[in-house]
Design a protein around this ligand. Structure first.
Ligand SMILES: Cc1ncc(COP(=O)(O)O)c(C=O)c1O
Length: 378
């Protein structure tokens, strides 16, 4: 046994002993229902972020197939090297129009969009304020920013007073401020107090970076008018494809093209992913998109009236209790993932229910009854 093999075994044991060992499972499904490895009867999943069910939409699938026929599978190289496909630029123009910005840039994942944006914009002379429950990609982007000399501060979840205290004195220090937050938090499904955050940004000339990854319902109407704004998003959840994007001013996007390493040094989005995202965005913006959002809203209302997003946590607390609850639901044919540390804080292990317009009302009723029977509440 080599020293490296021994080290790897030790590390695996450490994870395991902490009760945090995880494995991937094969779920053979198109849409919410399918076959889970090791389970005999069909399982309905409440784990996917395919909020509007667009991974299965005929127009989206057709667009991906047509793109493969026309351009083939891989993009071949970075866009700065090999050039963009027409669809890359069309998608970016459409995303910018959707988000109401001058320009947009696609990345190969939402994760890359966040790290690329934060590492490009924040460095020496920048104070970065980040919500404590922001996604791992924002946390890693903040780490990169810190390495480049940024003063990174983490504020208590959704706490405007704490954020105000962190922004205080920024002008005297001659620093620029950047505030970054998930719009909808990925493990809690709550919405950030965007209007209050925008007001603080305005007061301190801070740049507001919003990560809209889980913002599926488009229900919120914030007053963001005159705040310096960057909107990060993903093509991988509501848009049913793969990739991320940044929507902002033209100069800021041009800066990302020139400085964001996860854009420069990685292969461009595949033609199929790009075309699928274009088709999905067209559906979202058409009357059918409003219909799908209304169906998603209806499913949410069945489980938790008034909840602001399709992510519904069932906080259990203890890690084993969360695993037991997930196992009890699976025994009833319902796949609801247990989320444990390090993804969430110790003592807040939970089930994460993700709803989709693709779920039938019957499937939601089955889940609701099962949660009731187990004494669990979203
Ligand atoms: C809030 C948030 N931002 C960014 C990402 C990353 O997006 P992607 O899956 O496209 O890499 C995720 C998803 O995992 C997320 O939850």
């Amino acid at each position: 046994v080599t020293a490296w093999a021994e080290w790897v075994d030790d590390q695996c044991r450490l994870v395991s002993r902490a009760g945090q060992w995880r494995t991937t499972r094969t779920f053979d499904a198109a849409g919410p229902t399918g076959t889970l490895a090791g389970v005999d009867s069909p399982v309905t999943s409440f784990a996917s972020n395919d909020y509007l069910g667009l991974t299965q939409h005929p127009a989206v699938k057709d667009a991906a197939s047509a793109a493969v026929e026309r351009w083939g599978t891989g993009a071949g190289a970075s866009r700065l090297v090999v050039g963009s496909r027409p669809d890359h630029e069309l998608l970016e123009a459409e995303l910018a129009d959707w988000r109401g910005t001058e320009a947009a840039l696609v990345f190969s994942t939402g994760f890359a969009a966040n790290t690329g944006t934060l590492a490009t914009l924040a460095g020496r002379g920048t104070r970065v304020c980040s919500d404590e429950r922001n996604h791992a990609s924002i946390i890693d982007g903040c780490r990169m920013a810190r390495e480049r000399g940024a003063d990174v501060r983490v504020y208590r979840h959704g706490d405007l007073d704490h954020l105000a205290a962190q922004l205080k004195g920024i002008e005297e220090h001659g620093e620029r401020a950047l505030v970054v937050t998930d719009t909808v938090f990925s493990m809690d499904g709550d919405v950030a107090p965007i209007d209050g955050i925008a007001e603080l940004c305005r007061r301190h000339d801070a740049l507001l970076v919003l990560d809209d990854a889980h913002w599926a319902l488009d229900e919120d109407r914030w007053s963001l008018g005159d705040v310096d704004l960057v909107r990060v998003g993903t093509l991988s959840k509501t848009l049913g494809s793969l990739g991320g994007f940044v929507a902002a001013t033209r100069p800021l996007v041009d800066l990302l093209i020139n400085r964001a390493r996860p854009f420069i040094f990685t292969t461009a989005l595949t033609p199929a992913d790009t075309a699928a995202a274009r088709a999905a965005l067209a559906v979202v913006r058409a009357p059918q998109g409003a219909q799908l959002k209304a169906e998603l809203r209806d499913r949410i209302e069945m489980l938790h009236p008034g909840h602001p997003s399709p992510i519904l946590p069932v906080i259990v607390g203890d890690e084993q209790a969360a695993l037991d609850a997930a196992a009890a639901l699976l025994a009833r044919g319902l796949l609801v993932p247990a989320i444990r540390p390090p993804t969430v804080a110790p003592g807040t292990s939970r089930l994460r229910v993700a709803l989709s317009a693709a779920h039938s009302r019957e499937q939601i009723a089955t889940l609701r009854d099962a949660l009731d029977a187990l004494g669990l509440r979203t």
